[in-house]
Design a binder for this molecule. Structure first.
Ligand SMILES: N[C@@H](CCC(=O)N[C@@H](CS)C(=O)NCC(=O)O)C(=O)O
Length: 234
């Protein structure tokens, strides 16, 4: 059994997709980041970094509970635990490379592009250009790699595709203002459509729908999501 600490955002979505693909028995524990629940001590004991997703595997190594935080760590952990969606061992160097490319490049630059286009004060053109163009550059790298391939690694669906799907699903926010944001990246568009058509995606999208997550972006939300923008309490 896995306890899945969840917020309806990109990185949790990747884990939801894995859990649904693998047919895992899991319990959803909503953590409302707009209310600051990620900063509560009980959650910090699960993820000291105070971000979603995280899991607790009640049957971890040695039969003991184990926490895992960060979406890529969770995908690798659950992939290794189940033996699912890791692809052939002969492609492991490629799997690790593309997973980390997504985790440390495409994902964070996309996230910062969203931040500076939607959340930051107006007029920070340098930052908007920097993050948006770096996001686009990462998209181009992956698009080029996907020429003539169905999936990112080898010839099977893996956790790299699950990870990429999470961000590609939010591309309209990353490439704000584009009518058809993936039009310039036809191989990414094809990958997204291939993954998005899988039955598990519909189930993953339904995860957490019965929980009333806060939707208002008020002062409490800004302080909860961007605490480093505020001076520490005296
Ligand atoms: N590298 C982490 C990033 C996690 C992350 O940034 N999660 C966001 C939601 S997608 C979050 O929890 N934000 C709330 C906050 O930063 O306080 C991962 O892949 O899991």
């Amino acid at each position: 059994m896995v306890r899945f600490y969840f917020h309806p955002t990109v990185n949790s979505a990747k884990v939801a997709l894995f859990l649904e693909e693998a047919g895992f028995d899991y319990e959803i524990i909503p953590v409302d980041t707009s209310k600051g629940e990620q900063h509560l001590p009980a959650f910090r004991a699960i993820n000291p970094n105070g971000k979603l997703p995280a899991i607790v595997d009640t049957d971890g190594p040695g039969g003991k509970e184990a926490r895992v935080f960060d979406s890529t760590a969770i995908l690798l952990y659950l992939g290794e635990k189940t033996g699912k969606f890791l692809g052939s061992p002969k492609y492991r160097p490629e799997l690790l490379s593309w997973l980390l490319f997504l985790a440390s490049g495409l994902g964070p630059f996309s996230g910062q592009a969203v931040h500076f286009q939607f959340a930051a004060p107006e007029g920070l053109d340098y930052a908007v250009n920097r993050y948006r163009r770096e996001a686009e550059r990462h998209y181009q790298v992956l698009n080029d790699h996907l020429a003539g391939r169905t999936f990112i690694v080898g010839d099977t669906y893996t956790i790299a595709d699950i990870s990429a799907w999470g961000w590609l699903d939010r591309v309209a926010r990353v490439l704000k203002g584009a009518d058809d944001p993936l039009a310039s990246y036809p191989n990414l568009k094809r990958l997204f459509q291939t993954v998005d058509a899988r039955p598990a995606v519909a189930r993953a999208r339904a995860v957490g729908k019965d929980h009333d997550f806060k939707k208002i972006n008020d002062e409490e939300t800004k302080r909860a999501l961007f605490p480093s923008n505020y001076p520490p309490a005296a």
